[in-house]
Ligand binder design. Sequence first.
Ligand SMILES: Nc1ncnc2c1ncn2[C@@H]1O[C@H](COP(=O)(O)OP(=O)(O)OP(=O)(O)O)[C@@H](O)[C@H]1O
Length: 431
Amino acid sequence: MSETNKTESAPEAAIPHQASAPGEREVLLKVEGLQKHFPIKKGILQRQVAAVKAVDGIDFEVRKGETLGVVGESGCGKSTMGRVITRLQDPTGGSIHFEGQDITKLSTGKMRPLRRDIQMIFQDPYGSLNPRHTIGSIVSAPFRLQGVEPEGGVKKEVQRLLELVGLSPEHYNRYPHEFSGGQRQRIGIARALALKPKLVVADEPVSALDVSIQAQVVNLMDDLQQELGLTYVIIAHDLSVVRHVSDRVAVMYLGKIVEFADSSKLYESPMHPYTKALMSAVPVPDPKRRGQKNERILLRGDVPSPIAPPSGCRFHTRCWKATQICKTTEPPLLELRPGQRVACHHPENFADQAPQDVVLLSAAKEAVDLVGSAVLAEEAKQAQASAAAETASEEPAAAAEETVTAEETVSAEETVSAEETVAENQESTDK
Ligand SMILES: Nc1ncnc2c1ncn2[C@@H]1O[C@H](COP(=O)(O)OP(=O)(O)OP(=O)(O)O)[C@@H](O)[C@H]1O
């Protein structure tokens, strides 16, 4: 495909979202045994003394046109996984295949043409846009970096992209500080879509935004997927964000995938206790279904250190079902039900995988707090009231523009742009 063709408004092989069953779609990205260990060095000789095992052997595939949600608490390795699969960071083990091509060890130069096909949307819409550049300059950066001349010229194409993401083409000469958080994230999305990528990895794309704006940005991403046939990997720390848009969900815990399932199966019948705990933390908006929930699982403590993860199943130190086998033997990720893989000796909603091992570890009895139904009922009332208030409010686009504060401008100036981050990453990779 020629450079100009690549930037025409309708991609040649647009894949309508949900056109075929997710299981039948072609694999776009395949990851096997992926690892990213950050060395910890000490002393004058900077000898490696340990490693942060941020991603520690994960396997999954992303199919064309689907949305894969990746969830887990802070520190589980989700962002690192996102940066590694987009090759902004080098993996320390395993392999990554994109459209059947092994990209695990491609040099920066060889990765450059592929950068058009694989794009990333960053979490922080304040820090990821260079405050000194106009919106026109920011959104057109991918054309400059790739040496692409879109049909009709860069300005026309950037203005088309701005319209596509719900902004005015007249915003071309404005600066990031003139926009609200939601609008800035739209600018980030326009930039990511400039080269008509095949895969978009969005790292917590809405977590820095107001709840009312979050839904708008998620809906925008969903609409763009249907229009442009995009494939998404959406990273989020809580299931509520990815719940409605994901075809499948990977649940990560301490550098591992503990459950990987079709979205509907995961929500109907989670199998890993960690997934169940994450799900029970998500408020249920439907009053009829709310009645079915009478307790919430609150995990005690934090995610353990990825420098020395717990033995066996990494979740055993926080799991209310943990027995001796969980401490000694790492459970493999097995497809226990069609479309649902889980790594657990004592899964929920399924036959026990180690029925002989019945004695709970002493820590298991104190692993969680259960929140009672009275507290939940009160919370549900409050959630309903705030949901009603949110529905009533519309995106304060114009108002938000006026409320951008001087502090935001200053803090944004202290940060580097996404392009700079990418360039720096590439430089350090070269070294
Ligand atoms: N460059 C780095 N050097 C050393 N350790 C790192 C580096 N980047 C990430 N880590 C560590 O790797 C682990 C996983 O981090 P990561 O940011 O991928 O998790 P996460 O699940 O995305 O969490 P969050 O939602 O807070 O970003 C953390 O313990 C983090 O401190």
